[in-house]
Each structure stands twice: as C-alpha cells, then as structure tokens.
Design a binder for this molecule. Structure first.
Ligand SMILES: Cc1ncc(COP(=O)(O)O)c(C=O)c1O
Length: 393
C-alpha cells in the first residue's frame, strides 16, 4: 500500500477550513474563518480590472511586480529604518502563508527548533515541519495571554534557530508590547536567532494603539524577516498576496525559495495592490472606526451571553471561554461545543485546541472572528440567544 510521507502524520487538515465547510453545509453564519463578508475598496477592484485589460496577465518578475516592490520599499524603509531595496530585500508571495513557508525553508536546517507562541495561527506548526524542523511551543496563559519572558528564555536550547512572532495576534487579539518585546529582543539577540514576524493585522489595532514592527528595533534590524499581507487590510483574502522584507544575509535565499515554490504571485492583483497601498489615509481611519464598532459589539454580545472574554487589542478575533454559560453544552469539549454551535445554533466558530500543538490546552475556549458586517454580527447574536434558549427548554 502506498503511504504518504511521514511528515504528513504530524498535522491534519485545517480545523478552521473544516469549520467553514461545516458552516456551508448547515447554512451557519461563519464566524470561524477570518475573512470579511464586505467588499474591497472600489478603487482597488477597479485597478484589478484595469490591470487585467491592460495585459498584466503573464508571469511577472519572480520577486514581485516592480511598481509594487517600489511602493513596498518606500513604505518599509520608512517603517523599519533601514535601506529596503526593491530589487534585493523584497519577495512578493502568494499570501502571508507562502511568505512564512519560504522564510522558514530559507532559514532552517533539519533538526533546528523554532519557538512559537501558543495559541498560534494554525499554519505555523505545519510550516515548521515542512522544513524538517521542530516547533517548540511557549504558551501564553489564559485569560490575558501575556508573554512570560522567563518561560520564553527557558524554551531556548542549543538547537533553537528562529522565533515566529505574530502581532497583532491571531487568535487572542493581543498586541505584544513593553516587557514582552524586551524579552523577545533579549532572547533573539543573545541566542543569535532569526525573528520572523507575521504582521498581517498591522492596520487593525484598537484604542489608539500604534503598530510597531519589531524589525524596526535597532538590535533586531539585521535579523528580522518582516512579513505582511494585503488580504485582511483590503478585504481581499482570496487574492493571495503577501510579502517578506528580508535583510541582506537571508534575502537571496528567501527570494530563491519563493521563486521555486510559486514563481510569482498573481500579476494583475499585484498591480491592484499598488492602488491599495496608495489609498488615502482616510481609508485606514474608516477601517479602524468600523473595526472598533465590530469589536465592541462582539465583546458586549459575548459577555452579555455569559462567555468569558478579554477585549482584543488588535486583529479581529476574540477567544471566548464558554465553561460558565448556563447551558448543559458548556461542559462539552471545545470540538463538540463548536460543532454544536455550528450545526444546531447556526454560528460557526473554531475550537480553541486547534491553536495549540497539544489540543488539550485549548479546552473550554472557542474563537469568534468578527471581520463581518454589523448586520451579520447582529444576526449571529440573535441565533446565539435563540439557540441558548432552546438548549435550556
Ligand atoms: C496570523 C495570520 N497569518 C497568516 C494568515 C494567512 O494569510 P494569507 O491569507 O495572506 O496567506 C492568517 C489568516 O487568517 C493569519 O491570521
């Protein structure tokens, strides 16, 4: 009998995408997978259509459509404080997911260890395994999910090669700051690590917080691969556009891996990305105002129903503890509870365990994504209220 490669035994298909399929099957409101149900800005759509008609339909330069790299170099030189060159330090990829994989494949040797802060975005662990390396989890304690510097230091071994940091953070909504960043700087510099930052939510921060790219901190500039993407900020998750900004010693390797992984990201959509990255500042102000409304609604709705929630500081997810809900189902496992919410209540969520290598650590918690129209969130609230009433009769 043919057997798949052993590396595939160490992960399963994504639970988030599975919950989306279950949501479609049961006509549930999908608050599991993090994609918007509202349209991208019209100027960005028009730019994509114009690019399709203007002949931008073939492979572009493997590292990215030149005007896009020029724009990214401008933005990131200002943000990171070093001379980001469009032909040298940038690889435009098929989503942040590819940028993470390309960076890990370019940096890791088999047997290396990579520190992950858990709970973590589901893709990180398999991406480390693809490179033949070992994920090492550093857990963030509930309910506030703060990074404990001593715990981070204790996880380092002579084989540790890299740390993946996602801020603003999926799934907790944390924005790492202050002593947490100091601990990261210490560990990365003292142990000669590569820092790989996933900053896909860099434009969604709440309560006046400003995004700080860790790679802009002086001691980290030479050793940080800064990754960002277009999907979340411009509501184009299906366009598959991300990028890595890579300092000199590693830049050539990341560009070469990307070249052989996917050749290039979709050309016409890269052309439209230039328009997205050139929108006036008012776009960001409107985005932020809309996300504050969504966050506040989601948090008050969940708290009102009896879930235990911490206010997200950034991104568009909230981890919700369900153990104290006045429902028989509150004692169920996170997987059973999420399936019940999806199939019987009509609101799809993700069980907390799927953000941990050891699924048991996420028991009692589910993740809600609130990147949806206010009407969608209100409809979900209505279903939750009615579903909980039914469960008690
Ligand atoms: C932290 C994080 N990184 C990466 C991704 C995926 O990014 P992309 O769609 O650009 O591959 C997601 C999607 O939810 C995410 O939450």
């Amino acid at each position: 009998m043919l057997q798949p490669a052993q590396r595939t035994n160490r992960f399963q298909e994504s639970m988030i995408r599975e919950m989306t399929r279950l949501a479609l099957q049961h006509n549930a409101i999908n608050l599991s997978q993090g994609y918007p149900d509202y349209d991208p800005p019209p100027a960005v759509l028009e730019a994509a259509v114009a690019a399709l008609h203007a002949g931008a339909n073939q492979y572009t330069v493997t590292w990215g459509y030149p005007p896009l790299r020029t724009r990214l170099a401008e933005l990131y030189a200002a943000r990171l404080g070093w001379d980001v060159q469009p032909d040298r330090h940038i690889a435009v990829t098929c989503g942040v997911s590819e940028a993470i994989c390309a960076s890990l494949l370019a940096v890791l040797d088999p047997g290396d260890e990579v520190l992950l802060l858990e709970p973590a975005h589901e893709n990180f662990r398999p991406a480390v395994l693809f490179a033949g390396a070992e994920p090492v989890a550093v857990s963030l304690d509930r309910p506030h999910y703060r990074l404990d510097g001593d715990r981070l230091r204790a996880a380092v071994t002579p084989r540790t090669r890299a740390l993946i940091l996602n801020t603003p953070h999926n799934p907790t909504g944390r924005v790492f700051a202050g002593e947490e960043l100091t601990a990261i700087v210490d560990v990365v510099t003292q142990h000669d690590l590569v820092l790989i930052t996933d900053e896909i939510y860099d434009h969604i921060l709440y309560d006046g917080r400003r995004h700080l790219s860790p790679g802009s901190l002086e001691p980290l500039r030479e050793r940080t691969i800064t990754i960002g993407g277009l999907g979340k900020t411009y509501a184009v998750t299906g366009w598959r556009l991300g990028y890595a900004i890579v300092p000199d010693p590693l830049a050539g390797a990341v560009r070469a891996v990307h070249d052989f992984l996917t050749i290039c990201a979709p050309t016409p959509l890269q052309a439209a990305a230039v328009a997205a990255l050139s929108l006036p500042d008012s776009y960001e102000a409107e985005l932020l105002a809309a996300y504050h409304k969504r966050r506040d609604l989601m948090v008050s709705l969940l708290a009102g129903l009896g879930f235990g929630v911490d206010r997200p500081e950034g991104a568009y997810y909230v981890m919700a503890a369900y153990g104290d809900l006045p429902l028989p189902q509150a004692q169920w496992s996170a997987v059973d509870f999420a399936r019940w919410l999806t199939t019987a209540v009509g609101v799809a969520v993700v069980p907390g365990g799927h953000f941990y290598g050891d699924h048991g650590q996420g028991e009692g918690v589910v993740r809600f994504a609130f990147c949806k129209r206010i009407e969608t969130l209100q409809a979900a609230a209505q279903r939750l209220r009615e579903g909980f009433d039914r469960a008690n009769t």
